[in-house]
Design a protein around this ligand. Sequence first.
Ligand SMILES: Nc1ncnc2c1ncn2[C@@H]1O[C@H](COP(=O)(O)OP(=O)(O)O)[C@@H](O)[C@H]1O
Ligand SMILES: [Mg+2]
Length: 253
Amino acid sequence: MDEPLLDVRDLSMSWPSAERPVLRNVSLRVRSGEFVAILGANGSGKTTFLKCIVRLVTPESGSILVAGQQMAGLTGAGLQRARRNVALISQSANLVKRRSVVANVATGSLGRRPEWWTSAGALPQSELELASRYLQTVGLEHLGTQRAATLSGGQAQRVAIARALAQQPQVLLADEPVANLDPEAADDILHLLRRLAREDGLAVCCVLHQPDLAIAYADRVVGFSDGSVAFDAVSSAVSQAMVDSLYRSEPAA
Ligand SMILES: Nc1ncnc2c1ncn2[C@@H]1O[C@H](COP(=O)(O)OP(=O)(O)O)[C@@H](O)[C@H]1O
Ligand SMILES: [Mg+2]
């Protein structure tokens, strides 16, 4: 069997000044071609977990292998290089609204470029062509010249995915990528993420708020509870009781 592209072991982390650790010995593996969903109540540590993987925050202990490369102890140029293998998309697409769709996608490849290039301003033709290819992957090649401000929520999220792909990562992380979308657009995005796993061999790990969508789309569902993994199961084995156990302590909205 292939080594997992994402292999997190015993990850622990505390926010300064917090009484309790936010992550406690979290382990999670995602192989090439797999789509794993994370479920959990608000505050259970899902976002912190993804931020640890891309090293926006520094874990206290544990191991984070991305495509075989240890991310946990890296700093500086070594960290910059290793980060190219993993992309994180979030709830809001965070596009530069006044720029064209294709230019937004092309910025995803900046992580692969030397610094002098990123400060040079205009994007070379070769990068724009590459960006158009990723727009095609997400089904939006016809919108390349349009300003990002004109897109619907679902289209903007597709562009964010194309931008992540332009980084050419092997691991794709998504933090509630469909939270702001209507049900139809949410289905489209989850279809796309699953296809990127199945057809392109990415390891996809996606935080979702809707258990039914997680079970419908993911190969495996991992339940987070109070900073720990409560369960890690193939989707067909996830019961209502398992889901309910995650949300029992969630404060009423
Ligand atoms: N920057 C921060 N500083 C201190 N505490 C934080 C910070 N970000 C999140 N937390 C705390 O960490 C816990 C987990 O948050 P988070 O990872 O965002 O959970 P989730 O994504 O599951 O809702 C929460 O108690 C939250 O208040
Ligand atoms: Mg969150």
